[in-house]
Ligand binder design. Structure first.
Ligand code: HEM
Ligand code: NAG
Ligand code: NAG
Ligand code: NAG
Length: 325
C-alpha cells in the first residue's frame, strides 16, 4: 500500500516538473512555420510564385541569380534581406561589397514580387521570406528540387558591407577556407558540396576565372581552357560571361559534378571540390546519383534559409525592400 502511494506521489511530482518545464520553455516563443501567413495573407505564396515565374520565363538566368541572391543574403547577418537595402547616410549597402558589386542581381524581381504582395496584404509579408520563397520557386522552375519553406523571417533595419566582404567565400579560396566559411554559418561539408551544385545553372564573369583558364595547370582540361579563352582574353573583357555548367547552363541537373570529373569546373572553387581532399567522395556520390544530389540540395537550402532569422518582434516588415520604413 505504502509503496503504491510513494510511486503515485513521485509520478505526480514528475508530471508537475514536466508541466513546469513545458510552460517555462515559453510555448509562445516565435519560430519559423510553413503556415505563418495562412491567416494573415493566405494567397501570399501563390502571388509570389506567379511573380517569380513571370521573371524567369522572361530570362532563364534569373533563376540562378535569385538563388545566389538568397545565399548572399543569408551569409551576411542571417536571412534578413539586408542585401536589398540601398546606401543611405546610416546604411552601408551590401550591394557594393566586393562579392556583390556588379555581380549579384535580381533586385528588381524581388521588388516587383513585394509590390504585388503589398497590394493584397500591406505590411504583412517580409522581404526576407520573399527571397527565401523565390529561391525555392526558382529551383523548381529550372528542374531542381522543391521543398517546404518555413516562414516568419523579418527584415533587418541594418546592413553590413563589412560583413559582406568578410563572410562570403571567394572563388580563389582553398578547400579548407571554403569549408571554414560554411562551418562558420553552421553548414557542413556535405551542405557546402550540395549547395555548390547550384553552379549547375548561371554564369560567371571572365575576371573571376581568367587565372584558372590561363594557368596551364593539371587540374583543368586543356580543350576546355582553350574554349573559355575565346571569350575571356588575357586582358580586357573582364565582365564577359561564361556558363558555370558548360553542358546545360539553364537546367538544374548533376552535370556540374560530371564536369568536375572531366576537370571542366569553371571556377577554382568548383574544381577544388575534386582535388584529392575530403569532398571528393561527395562529388562522386552526386555524380552517380542525381536523386541524392537533389534531396541533399533541398535539405541544405532549408538549412541555409534558416541562418539567424529575425523573429517575433525583432526586425520589421519593410514596405519596400530597398529601404527601411
Ligand atoms: C562554395 C563557395 C562559393 C563560391 C566561391 C562562389 C562563387 C561564385 C562566383 C564567383 C560566381 C560568379 C559571379 C559573377 O561572375 O559575377 C557565382 C555564381 C553563382 N553562384 Fe556561387 N559560389 C559559392 C557557393 C554558392 C552557393 C552556396 C550558392 C547557392 C546556394 C551559389 C549559387 C550561385 C549561382 C546560382 C550563381 C550564378 C548566378 C547568376 O548567373 O546570376 N554559389 N558563385
Ligand atoms: C491568388 O493568387 C493567384 C496568383 O496571383 C491568383 O491567380 C488567384 O486568383 C489568387 N486567389 C485568390 C483567392 O485571390
Ligand atoms: C562598384 O562598382 C562601380 C562600377 O559599376 C564602381 O564605380 C564602384 O566604385 C564600386 N564600388 C565599390 C565599393 O567598390
Ligand atoms: C601557359 O602557356 C601559354 C602558351 O605556352 C603561355 O603563353 C602562358 O604564359 C602560360 N601561362 C602560365 C600561367 O604559365
Amino acid at each position: 500500500m505504502d509503496s503504491i502511494k510513494i510511486a503515485s506521489n513521485s509520478l505526480l511530482i514528475t508530471l508537475t516538473i514536466s508541466l513546469f518545464l513545458l510552460l517555462s520553455s515559453n510555448p509562445c516563443k516565435a519560430q519559423l512555420s510553413p503556415t505563418f501567413y495562412t491567416s494573415t495573407c493566405p494567397n501570399a505564396t501563390n502571388v509570389i510564385r506567379t511573380s517569380i515565374r513571370r521573371a524567369i520565363s522572361a530570362e532563364r538566368r534569373m533563376a540562378a541569380s535569385l538563388i545566389r541572391l538568397h545565399f548572399h543574403d543569408c551569409f551576411v547577418q542571417g536571412c534578413d534581406a539586408s542585401i536589398l537595402l540601398d546606401e543611405t547616410p546610416s546604411i552601408q549597402s551590401e550591394k557594393t561589397a566586393v562579392p556583390n558589386n556588379n555581380s549579384v542581381r535580381g533586385f528588381g524581381v524581388i521588388e516587383a514580387a513585394k509590390r504585388e504582395v503589398e497590394r493584397i496584404c500591406p505590411g504583412v509579408v517580409s522581404c526576407a521570406d520573399i527571397l527565401t520563397l523565390a529561391a525555392r520557386d526558382a529551383s523548381v522552375m529550372v528542374g531542381g528540387p522543391s521543398w517546404e519553406v518555413k516562414l516568419g523571417r523579418r527584415d533587418s533595419t541594418t546592413a553590413s558591407r563589412a560583413l559582406a566582404n568578410s563572410d562570403l567565400p571567394s572563388p580563389f579560396a582553398d578547400l579548407n577556407t571554403l569549408i571554414a566559411f560554411f562551418d562558420n554559418k553552421g553548414l557542413s561539408v556535405r551542405d557546402m558540396v550540395a549547395l555548390s551544385g547550384s553552379h549547375t545553372i548561371g554564369q560567371a564573369q571572365c575576371f573571376l576565372f581568367r587565372a584558372r583558364i590561363y594557368s596551364n595547370g593539371s587540374d583543368i582540361n586543356p580543350g576546355f581552357a582553350r574554349t573559355r579563352q575565346r571569350q575571356c582574353p588575357q586582358t580586357g573583357g573582364d565582365s564577359n560571361l561564361a556558363p558555370l555548367d558548360l553542358v546545360t547552363p539553364n537546367s538544374f541537373d548533376n552535370n556540374y559534378f560530371r564536369n568536375l570529373l572531366q576537370r571542366k569546373g569553371l571556377l577554382q572553387s568548383d574544381q577544388i571540390l575534386l582535388s584529392g581532399g575530403s569532398t571528393d567522395s561527395i562529388v562522386n556520390e552526386y555524380r552517380r546519383s542525381p536523386a541524392k544530389f537533389k534531396s541533399d540540395f533541398a535539405d541544405a537550402m532549408i538549412k541555409m534559409g534558416e541562418i539567424q532569422p529575425l523573429l517575433g518582434t525583432n526586425g520589421i516588415i519593410r514596405r519596400v525592400c530597398n529601404a527601411i520604413n
